[in-house]
Write a protein that binds this ligand. Structure first.
Ligand SMILES: [Zn+2]
Length: 232
């Protein structure tokens, strides 16, 4: 569970009961791209409570039901049923998919007197002071060190992005907004309304679900959903 919540600005067409687009920042775009990096098993598990339209839910269930005696000895069903994600974005906690920790299984040890020696075998005796080398050291891989310094996610934080109802992502600009509204022949601007909405765990789940079955995802998630999902 998480309290991480984003905020999106929506441009709503009140007349057609549709969302034209959302004005969002880096966090939301990162979240959308993060969805594409997820293992399909993780998505199936996530939506297990929803009635899935395809067969993936049944496939998932069948592995869950399969007796462990059929699984290879050095494998576990968890690899398939509970796959981890190796991507790191701030909004990922919204979907509660376990993270793959950076591979840091190497352990090193030294003595309590802090002599210059280091070993990977805690049973070794320090050649300097003859004490046991039991003090564990934390190993930092190049990747783990980079992760601390580097920016997280996928896109740059320098501008605002525009996400269309079908989740197409573009950099936001006044010109593209005007062109877009023009293309839709919107003459009466008064049918448009700006709305600010929170985007948390519930909306995140709805969005993943809607993105699998329809083209008007934002409308489904934010303008009362069920009937829209079924129409398309
Ligand atoms: Zn020592």
């Amino acid at each position: 569970m998480t309290n991480f919540t984003m905020s999106l600005k929506l441009l709503v067409n009140k007349q057609d009961h549709k969302i034209m687009f959302a004005e969002v920042n880096k966090d939301f775009v990162d979240f959308l791209f993060y969805i594409l990096t997820l293992p399909i098993g993780a998505i199936t598990k996530l939506l297990a409570k929803e009635p899935l339209s395809g067969s993936l839910g049944d496939l998932y269930q069948s592995i869950e039901n399969l007796n462990d005696m059929y699984i290879l000895q050095n494998k576990t069903k968890d690899t398939v049923l509970n796959p981890k994600s190796s991507t790191n974005v701030p909004g990922q906690d919204l979907l509660s998919i376990p993270k793959d920790p950076p591979t840091n299984d190497r352990k090193y040890y030294r003595c309590a007197r802090l002599c210059k020696y280091v070993t990977d075998d805690p049973k070794v005796v320090c050649p300097g002071c003859r004490n046991a080398m039991l003090n564990e050291l934390a190993y930092v891989s190049t990747e783990a060190a980079k992760a601390v310094v580097e920016e997280v996610g996928f896109v740059k934080d320098v501008l605002t992005y525009m996400v269309m109802d079908d989740l197409v992502v573009k950099p936001m600009s006044i010109i593209s907004t005007i062109t877009y509204l023009n293309n839709l022949s919107i003459k009466d601007i008064s049918v448009l309304e700006e709305r600010e909405v929170p985007f948390g765990m519930e909306e995140g789940l709805k969005l993943v679900n809607a993105s699998l079955v329809c083209k008007n995802v934002l409308t489904c998630v934010f303008l009362d959903s069920e009937d829209h999902v079924k129409i398309i």
